[in-house]
Design a protein around this ligand. Structure first.
Ligand code: MLT
Length: 314
């Protein structure tokens, strides 16, 4: 398949390498990250291609207004901000860059696991407030503990490999990855019902789809060990926020590391402010390396498509 690609709009902050690759291949590029919804609707008919990160909401009306639009690229993994059904109806290709963020997201997850087990958030806060609370922040070792990884794809696997070096046992669930595949990275594949009572830590690495929404809720927290710690660097809503707050309050959950929220930015900061929560503002992919990779990947994929090479992504 060859796509005519003469003019591309980049409407979110994407590394400059993206512009360079497209321009070096003869594509005219306009980068404008300040467009309002109305301005985007007025601009989009001028372009064959649109590149976004997560800020631009590529809704059905944007896609329908794009009379020349042939391809939408997401510099990142999740395509939640793109109406893929509307794109399919209009024959517009949607591409993502599934591999570029993997290591950064995995490292951020590990950072939160380590920070949680040694109370780093609250301990650091107490020092900033001028207190020397040595007795208050007794931690636990990761050595010998069990980490449950829900979602054993690219990121889940990298988290497993890294946390094994701390002496953690990794178990996991993924309906797509076979037990033989997860055994290759020393992770025992189990059913969710087997996982809940065994886990000391749970980290989720799934998209938010009907099957994963509120995977951790009152009913599943109740099946976990008291004091289980949870991490979400995937998508807000995989862990039900109200249930998490209840579990933190009762002590059923001993701490949470949260990089993602149902609403971003959240209107309600109660969870983020909880003393046993370490929260970051969706920074999993926010590294120089990941942003360079996804920018290069999406530009190269556009160029490959324009030159009739093979397709990638969602
Ligand atoms: C992704 O889907 O790639 C990550 O959540 C990070 C981002 O939004 O760019």
């Amino acid at each position: 398949m060859v796509i005519k690609l003469e003019k591309v709009l980049i409407s979110d902050e994407v590394d400059p390498k993206c512009v360079n690759i497209l321009q070096n291949n003869g594509v005219e590029v306009v980068k404008n990250t300040k467009l309002s919804k109305e301005e985007l609707l007025a601009e989009i008919p001028k372009y064959d291609g649109l590149i976004v990160r997560s800020a631009t909401k590529v809704t059905a009306d944007v896609i329908n207004a794009g009379t020349n639009l042939r391809i939408i690229g997401r510099a990142g993994t999740g395509v939640d901000n793109i109406d893929t059904e509307a794109a399919t109806r209009k024959g517009v290709i949607v591409m993502n860059t599934p591999g570029g963020n993997t290591l950064s997201a995995a490292e951020h997850t590990c950072t939160l696991i380590i920070a949680l087990t040694r109370n780093l958030g609250a301990a650091s806060m107490s020092m900033k407030e001028g207190r020397w609370d040595r007795k208050k922040f007794m931690g636990s070792e990761l050595y010998g503990k069990t980490l449950a990884i829900i979602g054993l794809g690219r990121i889940g696997k990298e988290v497993a490999l890294r946390m094994q070096s701390f002496g953690m046992t990794t178990i996991g669930f993924d309906p797509i990855v076979s037990p033989a595949e997860s055994a290759e990275f020393n992770t025992e594949s189990l059913s969710l019902e087997e996982i809940w009572p065994r886990a000391d830590f749970i980290t989720v690495h799934t998209p938010l789809i009907p099957q994963t929404k509120h995977l951790l809720c009152d009913a599943t927290f109740a099946k976990c060990k008291k004091g289980v710690k949870v991490v979400n660097c995937a998508r807000g809503g995989v862990i039900e926020e109200a249930a998490l707050l209840r579990a933190l309050e009762s002590g059923q959950c001993g701490g949470a590391g949260l990089d993602v929220f149902v609403e971003e930015p959240p209107k309600d900061y109660t969870l983020a402010k909880h003393p046993n929560v370490i929260a970051t503002p969706h920074l999993g992919a926010s590294t120089i390396e990941a942003q360079t990779r996804v920018a290069e990947d999406i530009a190269q994929q556009f160029v490959d498509l324009a030159q009739g090479k093979s397709l990638f992504g969602a």
